[in-house]
Design a protein around this ligand. Structure first.
Ligand SMILES: *Cc1c(COP(=O)(O)O)cnc(C)c1O
Length: 408
């Protein structure tokens, strides 16, 4: 038997059925029209933000990285909770506009911005986090042509990375941001064009559970921002400190100690170097805000045995849950938290593999987990499905198509 990841707090059971915000998932499946289905909990989203606000310094704004989950009802719920939104494409810009989000609260990072995306963003008043000198020149020219003063920040490729992070986004050669050494010259160039200078964006990594590593990275980020601002001879209106707050997915993972991160940041804010005295600070988080508030549900369509192993074959799979299958940047496949949703809380009776309906051995949602006995018609649940699920999986693979989604 292989261990399963920890089921996030906040889920309940009614008559042995998994419940979200006091509603049985069987009822939610009926309401949504069937499986596979992502269920997101607005109560869990609100609770998560409340706890985060309480732990972080008041001076720190909290932004939501839309790419983690751009589902429109979820996005509309986030509007009342967060201070800003970070997008990574023109497509996400269209999604945030559709959700009625004020473009002044939006910043746009990401390599490979096309001219048409830059144009729409500048025209709307979105802040561009410039990823290169070439992108900066294109932005100046487009703003000129439009007769608009652009909102421009520089994404810095820092000289360090976030230790222990699942995905390293800084340190050494990277397609993201401008190497720190060249940033002061670019800042001077931006200011010389008469653009509205919006500061730095410094993102060093993702999915860290170690508070010490995040504290260290934030300290390095503040020091780097101060040094670059001094070298550029510019005051720093804003500094996006990145994010990287992780959630426990796997057996043995412990939740991030946000109280420790908040206390350390409080201390730093009380002792800022001169260049950062009046700077507005934010962090941008995706999975930490939404990841644990989502659960993916699939129906068992076949129960079979092969060489003594039980296979629960579902109507879902890696085309909606690429990360849970272990095919989204993990080296060793480990089990996400999962359960038989229609026998939630029942004791484990057998070892079973939960697989998807795709013709590939990669399509495995749980490997040799301990579960109560499940049969055709039962629902399985894969937790930690609120981030990088529906839109970060190959829904068109094998012609399967997207999953349903619902916010309760
Ligand atoms: C993906 C990304 C995020 C969000 O990362 P999470 O791990 O979901 O918090 C934030 N900022 C940038 C620049 C990103 O690329």
């Amino acid at each position: 038997m292989k261990p399963l990841g920890p089921i996030p707090a906040g889920f309940g059971a009614i008559d042995g059925v998994l419940a979200v915000d006091g509603r049985k998932v069987t009822d939610l499946v009926a309401e949504a029209g069937g499986t596979p289905l992502f269920v997101y909990s607005s109560a869990m989203l609100s609770a998560r933000m409340g706890a985060l606000r309480a732990a972080m310094p008041k001076r720190l704004s909290i932004h939501y990285a839309v790419k983690a989950n751009p589902y429109a009802p979820l996005l509309r719920h986030m509007v009342s909770l967060v201070d800003g939104f970070d997008i990574a494409s023109g497509g996400e810009l269209a999604i945030v506009k559709e959700a009625g989000i004020n473009p002044e609260k939006v910043s746009f990072a990401g390599p490979g911005k096309r001219d048409a995306e830059i144009e729409i963003a500048i025209a709307a008043g979105v802040t561009l986090n410039l990823e290169s000198e070439g992108e900066a020149e294109r932005a100046f020219a487009i703003a000129d042509r439009l007769g608009v003063i652009p909102q421009l920040a520089v994404r810095v490729n820092p000289d360090f990375d976030l230790k222990g992070s699942g995905m390293k986004m800084g340190g050494g050669a990277k397609p993201f941001g401008v190497d720190a050494a060249r940033v002061p010259a670019l800042v001077r160039r931006i200011m010389a064009t008469g653009a509205n200078w919006r500061g730095f964006h410094i993102f060093a990594g993702s999915q860290a559970l170690d508070a010490g590593a995040i504290i260290e990275t934030q300290a390095q980020t503040l020091a780097l921002a101060a040094r670059l601002a001094d070298e550029a001879g510019a005051v720093l209106p804003k500094c996006n400190l990145g994010g990287g707050f992780g959630i426990p997915y796997f057996p043995g993972d412990e939740p991030l100690d946000i109280a420790a991160v908040g206390a350390a940041l409080d201390e730093r804010f009380a002792n800022l170097p001169a260049a950062l005295k009046d700077t507005a600070f934010c962090i941008e988080l995706g999975r930490y805000l939404v990841g644990e508030a989502g659960v993916y549900l699939a129906s068992v369509v076949d129960r079979k045995e092969s060489h003594g192993e039980v296979y629960l074959v579902t109507d879902g799979g890696l085309h909606h849950q690429l990360a849970a299958s272990g095919n989204f940047g993990t080296v060793v496949r480990r089990n996400y938290p999962s359960a038989i949703a229609t026998r939630f809380g029942a004791a484990a009776e057998e070892e079973a593999n939960i697989v998807g309906c795709l013709c590939t051995p990669l399509d495995r949602l749980a490997d040799k987990g301990g579960f109560p006995r499940a049969d055709v018609g039962d629902l399985v649940a894969v937790f930690c499905a609120g981030a990088y699920g529906a839109t970060a999986s190959p829904a068109m693979f094998l012609g399967q198509g997207p999953a349903r989604e619902i916010l309760v």
